[in-house]
Design a protein. Structure first.
Length: 153
């Protein structure tokens, strides 16, 4: 498995973990233990979960939780007026939060890669319209948070 595949799997697992935390109220330690021992790299209900880069998975979860207020404010500003983040469905909220976190804190990963990866994650859960929304919101966030990457010619 390549590093890219491990990171893609970590992103998908992080979105699922953030979603689960959102809907169940479980804390970070419980979610980390559950995902690392029962989900990542395992087969569940006939679905094979790919091995994930566990440190990257942990970084995304911890980073989103540490910066969630700032992340949510930034996403709220970027969403269409009248659609605050709290009105967005839980999985989409998790995708946008994880993407925003990476755009803010993971300068080692190009913004276009982050947007593309989370658009792929959205495609695992949603149809074309929601995937397009994910792309639009994350692209707008990337241009706000990493303008220098888009100014290059």
């Amino acid at each position: 498995m390549s590093r890219g595949e491990g990171r893609s799997a970590a992103r998908l697992a992080a979105v699922q973990a953030l979603y689960q935390m959102d809907v169940t109220g479980k804390g970070i330690n419980e979610i980390l233990a559950e995902f690392e021992s029962h989900w990542i790299g395992r087969e569940i209900e006939g679905a094979q979960y790919k091995p994930a880069e566990v440190d990257f998975f942990r970084d995304i979860l911890n980073g989103v939780l540490a910066d969630q207020i700032a992340i949510d404010r930034q996403i709220d500003k970027t969403l269409a007026e009248g659609w605050p983040l709290k009105r967005i469905e839980s999985v989409m909220r998790a995708i946008l939060r994880a993407g925003d976190y990476e755009l803010r804190k993971r300068a080692d990963i190009p913004a276009r890669v982050i947007v593309s990866e989370y658009v792929d994650v959205a495609g695992a859960f949603y149809d074309r319209e929601e995937v397009g929304m994910t792309n639009a919101v994350l692209d707008a966030l990337a241009r706000q948070l990493r303008a220098q990457e888009f100014d290059r010619r």
